[in-house]
Design a protein around this ligand. Structure first.
Ligand code: AVJ
Length: 315
């Protein structure tokens, strides 16, 4: 496997991360970027979330993919390079290998170690597909190395990860995808608005896997910042923000406490919240508008019978 400067990317961005984390923790309303959820344990916990019956996005998207596989592959066409954004365990992309027959596959994820393991396994199974992987934080800037096939690029952004971003950030990422597609396209999965009860069950599951996933961010932050967060002093909180059409994840302090790290500290009062994630929900109209604003002119859309989720091919 050709690993494109995975180590280099990880090391050069580490210093920047401490500063970014500190700014978020010192803000009046404290926040931590959701990308820090995905340390090696966090990536495993997320995979566990996708196996929960309450977490409908993964299963619903999978059903849309299999129900409409012929139409989707027809729209995209075979060949080219499949670029998997936030590839994780690479299972979703793999489900398209036999139909899309990509010449090469580029997997990108913030969680570099977890990704490398997954891609190594895939390589053995598909020796005819050239595979590469990059550990990259594309939340602020997406730059596909020019060494990656200059032919048609098919970007694959499933799972509604776009939902993590505020509209201006999402627009920026989608515009960068559009401008680097080499006349290819984007296959994207987007979560749609639905009843609160379904959302609450999905983001506050009774087995508490999502709580563990959310709380684990504190351990991930301790490693990046050398801070002394104690997981047992916080609990997982979920709010639905109807005005902004999103699920919001927080960690709530269970007592008055102080977190310290080299050079600084932050007090939290009992009940105070640290924001960790936004998960925006779209309508067909709002996601179409966003894709149009990013420069995509043509969209083909597939949904499930309950209209819980949408899969869109944008060109
Ligand atoms: C990977 C961002 C799509 O928002 O549903 C799952 C992450 N957070 N449970 C989502 C997540 C809590 C997930 N995304």
């Amino acid at each position: 496997m050709q690993t494109l400067s995975t180590l280099e990317v990880t090391v050069t961005t580490k210093k920047g991360f401490a500063h970014e984390i500190e700014v978020g923790l010192l803000a009046q309303s404290a926040s931590i970027s959701p990308k820090f959820l995905y340390d090696p344990l966090g990536s495993h916990l997320f995979t566990a979330i996708t196996l929960l019956p309450e977490y409908y996005p993964t299963n619903t998207e999978k059903n849309i993919f299999s129900q409409h596989q012929a139409e989707i592959t027809n729209a995209i066409g075979v060949g080219g390079t499949l670029i998997d954004l936030g590839a994780g365990n690479c299972q979703k992309a793999e489900s398209f290998f036999n139909s899309l027959k990509p010449l090469s596959y580029l997997a990108i994820d913030f969680s570099a170690e977890y990704l490398e393991e997954a891609v190594k396994k895939l390589e053995g199974k598909y020796p005819h597909i050239l595979m590469q992987c990059i550990g990259m934080d594309f939340s602020k800037q997406l730059l596909i190395p020019s060494a990656i096939a200059t032919s048609k690029r098919i970007f694959f952004y499933p799972g509604s990860s776009i939902g993590n971003f505020l509209r201006p950030e999402a627009l920026h990422l989608l515009s960068q995808i559009k401008s680097q597609g080499n006349a290819g396209g984007l296959l994207i999965g987007v979560d749609l608005m639905k009843e609160d009860s379904v959302l609450m069950a999905a983001y506050d599951d009774p087995l508490k896997v999502t709580a563990a996933f959310n709380l684990n961010i504190l351990r991930s932050i301790n490693l990046h910042l050398n801070s002394d967060f104690r997981v047992e002093q916080f609990r997982h909180r979920v709010k639905i923000n109807h005005a902004e059409n999103r699920v919001e994840l927080y960690l709530e302090a269970l007592e008055d406490l102080t977190v310290t790290w080299p050079g600084n500290s932050r007090e939290f009062k009992k009940g105070e919240l640290i924001h960790t994630e936004h998960s925006h929900k779209y309508t067909i109209e709002s996601i179409q508008q966003l894709l149009n604003d990013a420069g995509f002119e043509k969209t083909q859309i597939w949904t499930d019978p309950k209209n819980y989720f949408a899969v869109i091919y944008a060109q």
